[in-house]
Design a protein around this ligand. Structure first.
Ligand code: ADP
Length: 646
């Protein structure tokens, strides 16, 4: 659990803290003056131990803070790192429990405008200092420590396209906090943001098989937001290009190569993790490679977990393509292995890597209990899942509360938390001004509330694909404006025609005071939008879990969602949900038609406009909901324990 003591606007300083059994370590880093000021804001009970090295001595720092116990600090000319220790009495991190947030003064805020040459979300931001290796502390040691290796195509924030990246990072961090040894293996995409990787070093050079050849391959090790990573870089064209997906190489072949290269590295370095956790079709072949090949060599110990984040992508593959990684495609091409049942009798018949992963993994998870039920009842893989239902479970995703914390988020112009909500209104004003949407002038201060007198701001942050309810998003754009609200969409479409259509819509509402469609990918802007939003809209046709509604709630945005998959497991209707009467936290609709969405929108707007006090209470309540990885990580650990070899 992290607690965070946030920093004043426009000062590059960040705080993170980790609670261990007996103490709470606090790490603060930034320009010297800002660090000094923040120390003055520290909780009375904090015993301050400063670890020193570098040019400035601890005693100089001590003079500035007579009440600080100094052991060490690291201070350069104008930059400092301070580690403090706090007594265990102080509770760690949920947005409701942090130390106070400091609101920026009005004159300190550089308000953006739509005319700015560099849009406000593209300016320089301080790097997240949770990236330091030192900030991963063990919080509650599990009794039986495991070595867990994730093998994945995505990892937030360095290679994130959607929820997969968030999930890998959040789950890995949660297991590290419980004392386990965790590593994430990822392709060394050319587009990785290398500045976000700490301690990057070449650890191994080896050969890995591909299409009758052995390709020279490098393994690099480093840390990403404190999490150990192993980056696999083949000396061929794989993983080159400016995007995680959609490069000019053959993606199927590249991920088959990557899956084998991860096992090959374990083989050549004699590494025997307890668990190899693979994700999606991209790394499903690893389970086949393991049982058919590497387990017969010397990698004997690992057991395999496959997590399916989205059943829609099943890794279609022909026999000869599977041969490329050294497997025998004809052996795998049977109905009880990886054959796609729907292609029986076709020429050629095809395989599904995901199906192979289901058959060959020791346990299979998906990302919410409701999605388990849905996938057992529909879709072509339901037969296979039924057959293996004893090893198939739904574990609800959490969110990474280190990367997603409105009390410390480096991308926000002001911070806030459940009991200190004022900063949220600043974020709303900031975003609206920056995008040229009508925005009442605001006086910053304790008397301002998260809900001003202005209209509700609805945001939708999503990949623009059919799954996400494109027709409902289109409908909401106009309907929100008609209802007197503002609407901001942040999204990109992998399909060029959809992108074009939304670009057309975006141009149409360029001059609107109420609508902006931003057809780009921006992690920074997504954080600001969640913070600014009164409502986060997730109108998915199906949604295995969905993170936007959970992130939205943590940032005080009330969710409007369609009742499906993980949305049904995390959002309970304020007016209608009798079975969760104690935990209503949003507005839910059932149908896939515009009328159903409209009903939920109207109810939410009525609530916002007519019951401001209740709305504020709802905002404060949803911010306190614990959607962190803590609980779900426990379920994963139990699952790992149930399959591992001792
Ligand atoms: P999916 O994995 O299906 O895309 P999720 O809701 O599980 O959906 O996760 C989506 C993640 O991607 C969230 O963290 C969301 O904020 C982020 N995201 C989606 N589109 C964008 C975008 N255009 N810019 C920034 N972040 C985005």
């Amino acid at each position: 659990m992290f607690t965070a003591i946030p920093f004043p606007l426009n000062q590059m300083i960040s705080w993170t803290a980790l609670k261990s059994n007996s103490s709470l370590s606090v790490h603060v880093e930034g320009p010297l003056g800002a660090v000094r000021r923040r120390l003055d804001h520290c909780h009375q009970k904090v015993q301050k131990h400063i670890w020193a090295s570098g040019r400035q001595t601890a005693s100089r720092f001590c003079k500035l803070h007579a009440n600080i116990n100094v052991s060490k600090t690291s201070v350069s000319d104008n930059y400092s790192q301070v580690h403090l220790q706090q007594s265990s009495e102080q509770k760690a991190n949920s947005p409701g429990q942090n130390a106070s947030v400091v609101l920026p003064k009005d004159e300190d805020i550089v308000w953006p405008s739509a005319q700015d040459k560099i849009p406000f979300w593209r300016k320089e931001f301080p790097t997240r200092q949770a990236t330091s290796k030192a900030t991963i502390n063990v919080i509650g040691q599990d009794s039986d420590i495991m070595h867990i290796v994730h093998v994945t195509a995505e990892m937030a924030p360095i290679a994130k396209v959607g929820g997969l990246g968030d999930v890998v990072t959040g789950l890995a961090r949660a297991c590290l906090h419980r004392g386990h040894r965790v590593e994430v293996m990822l392709p060394f995409y050319e587009c990785l943001q290398k500045e976000q990787i700490n301690d990057l070093t070449l650890s191994d050079t080896y050969l890995s098989y591909h299409n009758g050849d052995w390709v020279s391959t490098r393994a690099y090790r480093g840390h990403v937001t404190g999490i150990p990573v192993i980056l696999i870089e083949p000396a061929n064209q794989f993983f080159k290009g400016q995007r995680v997906y959609g490069g000019s190489y053959n993606e199927l072949e590249a991920y088959l190569f990557f899956s084998r290269a991860c096992l090959e590295l374990m083989q050549v370095t004699a590494t025997q993790p307890d668990i190899i956790h693979v994700h999606e079709w991209q790394t499903s072949a690893l389970s086949l490679l393991y049982w058919d090949m590497y387990h017969k060599l010397s990698v004997k110990k690992p057991r395999l977990i496959l997590t399916i984040h989205n059943m829609e992508h099943y890794g279609e593959c022909r026999q000869e393509q599977l041969n490329i990684c050294g497997l025998d495609g004809s052996v795998c091409s049977t109905i009880d292995k990886a054959l796609d049942d729907r292609t029986i009798g076709h020429n050629p018949e095809r395989l599904s890597l995901l199906k192979g992963g289901i058959v060959y993994s020791n346990a299979v998870t998906t990302v919410s209990p409701t999605y388990v039920k849905e996938t057992l009842c529909s879709g072509w893989l339901s037969n296979t899942l039924m057959q293996y239902c004893e090893k198939y479970v739904g574990i609800l995703n959490g969110i990474d509360t280190v990367l997603w914390d409105p009390a410390t988020d480096v991308f926000l112009p002001a911070h806030f938390q459940a009991h200190e909500i004022e900063g949220k209104q600043i974020c709303k004003q900031y975003v609206q001004r920056g995008l040229g949407l009508d925005s009442n002038l605001l006086t910053v201060g304790k008397n301002s509330t998260s809900k001003g007198n202005d209209s509700p701001l609805v945001v939708c942050i999503t990949r623009l694909v059919a799954q996400k309810g494109l027709h409902l998003i289109r409908y909401a754009i106009n309907r929100v404006a008609e209802l007197g609200g503002k609407f901001i969409l942040l999204g990109t479409a992998p399909d060029g025609r959809v992108q074009e259509e939304f670009e057309y819509l975006s141009n149409q509402c360029k001059e609107s005071n109420n609508v902006r469609l931003l057809l780009t990918y921006s992690e920074e802007l997504s954080h600001m939008l969640y913070a600014a939003a009164d409502i986060v809209l997730v109108p998915s046709m199906y949604e295995p879990c969905g993170l936007a509604q959970m992130i939205g709630m943590r940032y005080g945005a009330v969710p409007i969602v369609r009742r499906t998959g993980g949305l049904a497991d995390t959002v309970f209707d304020v007016d209608h949900d009798q079975s969760h009467a104690d935990q209503p936290n949003g507005f839910v609709f059932e149908g896939i038609d515009e009328g159903s969405l409209n009903g939920a929108l109207e109810r939410a707007f009525q609530y916002y406009n007519e019951k401001p006090q209740l709305w504020m209470e709802l905002v404060s309540k949803i911010m306190r909901i614990d959607n962190s990885w803590e609980k779900s990580a426990g379920e994963y650990i139990n699952l790992y324990n149930s399959v591992r070899v001792r």
